[in-house]
Design a protein around this ligand. Structure first.
Ligand code: P1T
Length: 380
């Protein structure tokens, strides 16, 4: 079956009781039981909820996975995934990730004996160098937030598996329409559903999908025991979102290409970060493992003053954190999403004070470009 057919139908049968074609929002905390130990498979809503089950099955199908677990946020999904690692074990992480991921690993999980090494995973030899006998996970983001570094999923999976480590990929920037990491040997995919999967900037959520049954059972246990579940309403919003995922991603991708081409030629733009550009260092890898390049584009205008001018001059683009929604959002990684990353790391990665990130929305392409054009023209 094709992607959109799966998106519209997987995990969703017409409601048995009424025939409702849309999975209802089962807004209940508990379920009546017929007798002790006699129930319909639903006991308590932290453990089981039909709306959440539907979105979990839906996203698992889109990623080509057997199991899926939905959480209250992308960070909750990542936190649950790291519960596969025990104190004394080692994790290799892409050195540019969403700032919140870096913060969770370095400020919280490292207090519990988990050991982290951050490397540029676009260079597979750097991953190999850091592998140790106690390495149990390689955590990738590709393309990375916000400087769009691309990691070769197949090459890293190969070396990690040879060393007995699982590979996790945060696929938030691509969505399963543009990239399916499990097809390249990755073991576990995480998403912030807050972004493209929901797609409308109206819900926070996260999901983990995977094939390994033992790891899946542990994640289900963590989901129920720690309890950071996705609510029925938010599950329903994500289900509504994935139905149009293919159409939305096609348009995000089209406009992303046009915006990047415009920026690449603009004299005020010192550097462009976009894997679709022929000058991107991992352009060929991106072409091989992605169906397109998506709607995320970052560019450097050289100084905080210039960036501020852009933020204060845009009229259509909205200055805000987050991405992947229908409206174009523009943000300043250095002070917003990546404020918790050490200044020297930010400098090394290119997250300068002049870096601007755009999540191109679904407005008309010409309107988005015209807005950025008039804002860039205000830079002195
Ligand atoms: O915000 P939350 O749903 O908890 O997701 C966290 C997260 C995880 N992974 C990636 C790649 C992300 O980009 C995010 C959240 N990112 C933003 C809020 C942002 O503006 O980049």
């Amino acid at each position: 079956m094709g992607f959109s057919t799966t998106a519209i139908h997987a995990g969703q049968e017409p409601d048995e009781a009424t025939g409702a074609v849309t999975v209802p929002i089962y807004q209940t905390s508990t379920y009546a039981q017929e007798g002790l130990g006699k129930n319909k498979g639903f006991e308590y809503a932290r453990t089981q909820n039909p709306t959440r089950f539907a979105v979990e099955r839906n996203i698992a199908a889109l990623e080509g996975a057997r199991f899926g677990y939905a959480f209250a946020s992308g960070m909750a999904a990542i936190d649950a995934t790291l519960r596969l690692i025990k104190g004394g074990e080692h994790v290799i992480v892409s050195d540019n990730t969403y700032g919140g991921t870096f913060r969770l690993f370095t400020k919280i999980l490292s207090n519990y004996g988990l050991e982290f090494d951050f490397v540029n995973t676009s260079d597979v030899s750097k991953v190999e160098e850091k592998l140790k006998p106690n390495t149990r996970m390689v955590f990738l983001e590709t393309p990375t937030n916000p400087v769009m570094i691309v990691t070769d999923l197949q090459a890293v999976s190969y070396v990690a598996h040879a060393a007995g480590a699982r590979v996790v990929c945060d696929n938030t920037f691509m969505s399963p329409y543009l990239q399916r990491p499990l097809d390249f040997g990755v073991d576990i995919v995480v998403h912030s559903t807050t972004k493209y999967l929901n797609g409308h900037s109206d819900g926070v959520g996260g999901v983990v999908v995977l094939n390994d049954e033992e790891d899946a059972n542990w994640l289900a246990f963590v989901q129920n025991s720690a309890g950071a579940i996705l609510s029925p309403f938010d599950s329903w919003l994500v289900l509504r979102g994935t139905k149009t995922l293919a159409l939305r991603m096609e348009q995000h991708d089209r406009t992303g290409r046009a915006v990047a081409a415009f920026l690449e030629e603009h004299p005020a733009v010192r550097k462009l970060y976009y894997p679709g550009s022929l000058s991107h260092p991992q352009h060929e890898i991106a072409k091989r493992q992605q169906r397109g390049f998506g709607g995320m584009v970052a560019f450097d205008v050289g100084s905080l003053d210039a960036a501020r001018t852009v933020f204060e001059s845009v009229k259509l683009c909205t200055l805000a954190e987050s991405l992947g929604g229908v409206e174009t959002l523009i943000s300043h990684p250095a002070t917003m999403t990546h404020a918790s990353v050490l200044p020297e790391t930010r400098a090394r990665l290119g997250i300068t004070e002049g870096l601007v990130r755009i999540s191109v929305g679904l407005e008309d392409t010409d309107d988005i470009i015209a807005d950025i054009d008039q804002a860039l023209a205000k830079i002195e």
